[in-house]
Design a protein around this ligand. Sequence first.
Ligand SMILES: C[S@@+](CC[C@H](N)C(=O)[O-])C[C@H]1O[C@@H](n2cnc3c(N)ncnc32)[C@H](O)[C@@H]1O
Length: 318
Amino acid sequence: MFDKRKIAEKFALSEHIVIHPGDCLDLLRVIPDGSIKLIVTSPPYNIGKEYEKRLKLDSYLEQQAAVIPECVRCLADNGSICWQVGNYVRHGAIIPLDTLLYPIFTGLGLTMRNRIVWHFEHGLHCSRRFSGRYETIMWFTKSDGYTFNLDSVRVPQKYPGKRYFKGPNAGRYSCNPLGKNPGDLWVIPNVKSNHVEKTEHPCQYPVELIERLVLSMTDEDDWVLDPFLGTGTSIIAAIRHNRRGAGAEIVPKYIQMAKDRIKQQLAGTLRTRPMDKPVYDPFKAGNSLTTAPWNKKQNDKQEGLFDKPARKHGCAIQ
Ligand SMILES: C[S@@+](CC[C@H](N)C(=O)[O-])C[C@H]1O[C@@H](n2cnc3c(N)ncnc32)[C@H](O)[C@@H]1O
């Protein structure tokens, strides 16, 4: 069935979907105090992506320090802020941005609930350090009475259906039959070339990443806000679960992409990677390219060792 919700440009609590075509501070200023349940965003990382002017780290932090207090003002007392960042890289040295931003949030009275490590497999290959394969989501709340719907995001246990075999609980489930807590290390593919959600945007969120946050930290009809909206992923994750979604974006090309994707979501035609789909495993998939060159050498070497008389190595090989 076609979803009749419309995309507005001006924020009002009566709307369902808002895309402000401009600076996020202008959107934040018109949002009433305490009205947003979840603010989730990946701000420009200051690593020189297509949409960023490369700022000195100090200016970048000043810019963030102007946006964050406005977000805190808009946040509901039982609401959450999820700020997702990576590393700033300068002359081969990395600076984890979350360590620099953490004091801004705690200085505004917020409490950190988790530092979620989002691990993914694809990205630049480094030759002078290990390739970066994670980013973090800092989750802060305004009070201790925050919404957290754990049951809606539980994941299957490793050994589901396990039961106590003795004692007073014998025969009962020893694990939660609804599944386990997903923990604070999330393995979710990032949106690179072959990903079904890929657009031209260089750093798009996978929808499933935000769905987990939306489902656990908001209830139906709550507002979800992304001040740095990009291609509209946070709004898509929100409206897919009957929440309201708002965001700001300054680049016209990305505004159009966000609108197009949201319209596809409303029409039920947006293709996304499902939340419960296991991560591709080349071994399980029987990929013939899994015998890598170094394995071959290693195997040859081991075969070579086995060819030699066992006694030479001081052990008996059966
Ligand atoms: C890391 S990207 C976010 C991508 C987004 N998470 C997605 O899934 O598509 C940051 C976005 O913020 C936008 N941006 C940068 N400065 C902005 C500002 N002052 N106000 C609103 N948007 C801004 C950039 O154009 C960029 O698209």
